[in-house]
Design a protein around this ligand. Structure first.
Ligand SMILES: [Zn+2]
Length: 169
């Protein structure tokens, strides 16, 4: 398994093994097992003047398509602060974070995505990160091709529980 070629205890080769119902890296010599943790990512639905702030991805996966500002949460970092940081890094905007839309995970995928809503409070709109081609504002009713299968589900959840009628700020 990638990144786990050698045992942290004895240095022998690791091989995939079945441990408690899941395939995990197991040492062929001493039997040490690596219990891999999920990886937390955060995405933010930023509302600006009734539109949603999206970024066009400059890297795979989903290169050339659009997605929410998003990224990985650093170990020890407060999740909400990571969300604000990612929006700033990828779009140049400062935001006030709102409620959690949901947590998204799927079988076999190590990434767990936490999605928040946010309201833009300042900053300067522009792609400021080499992972982003461009940023844009889109009406929720006319979104461009989205990069990830769960994006549509996220938009649906946002629409049913979090979207505010236009003009109510
Ligand atoms: Zn070992």
């Amino acid at each position: 398994m990638e990144g786990y070629d050698y045992c942290h205890r004895c240095g022998s080769a690791m091989a995939p093994g079945e441990v408690r119902g899941t395939t995990r890296p197991v040492c062929s010599r001493c039997g040490a097992v690596v219990y891999l943790n999920p990886k937390l990512a955060v995405a933010v639905i930023v509302e600006m003047d009734g539109k949603l702030l999206l970024q066009r991805r400059a890297i795979e996966p989903g290169m050339g398509k659009w997605s929410f500002p998003s990224g990985y949460v650093d170990r020890g970092e407060v999740v909400e602060e990571a969300a604000v940081r990612e929006v700033r890094e990828e779009t140049g905007m400062e935001v006030a974070l709102g409620s959690l839309v949901g947590l998204y995970s799927e079988p076999g995928n190590p990434v767990v995505l936490a999605v928040y809503v946010a309201r833009a409070t300042g900053g300067q709109l522009g792609a400021s990160d080499n992972e982003v081609h461009e940023v844009g504002l889109f009406s929720p009713d006319a979104l461009p091709p989205l990069a990830f299968p769960h994006d549509t589900e996220i938009i649906r959840h946002w629409r049913t529980e979090h979207a505010r009628p236009k003009g109510l700020g």
